[in-house]
Design a protein around this ligand. Sequence first.
Ligand SMILES: [Zn+2]
Ligand SMILES: [Zn+2]
Length: 174
Amino acid sequence: MQKKWLTVSDIPAQGREFYFEDEQDWAGLKDNNLSNQEKCDNLKVMVEVLPQKDGIYFKGNIKGQTIIPCSRCLESSNIDIYHNFDLFEDFEQCHQKGSETGLLKFENGQCYIDLQKLVKEQAILALPDKPLCSEICKGLCPRCGEDLNKDLCACSQNAGDPRMAVFQNVKIEK
Ligand SMILES: [Zn+2]
Ligand SMILES: [Zn+2]
């Protein structure tokens, strides 16, 4: 999958499958939001491109693992990804000359598909909003920022149960 733009007329009527699975495939995708991922090449993408009368139907999935920071403790974590997608792009958009907002463009009497853009968009959608290193991640202490998975920080030891904080200033008459 080296070529950026696919020519629609090269795709057989019954459709064709494309795979993004090695480092080279991902190299071209690392220029934006995905660049902070150390290992997006562990993700495998399958896209089926099915030409229709009035547009192109795309169907596929992204699966594998990627390394992104945990949303609670910020540690780099291996996150499992499994994302199915299907979408339809209208030829109408393709005929609006100069428009490159969609996945299709029309040039020199040919319609082209930007498959890399599709994969890029879907890879971003595939990432969880709140990735967790583990379901039981304790996160960072809201006061000192200590990673509570590794150590109990001084504030949590002193404060004890935060629900008891309200009693901290209560003086008990002796
Ligand atoms: Zn975590
Ligand atoms: Zn703390």
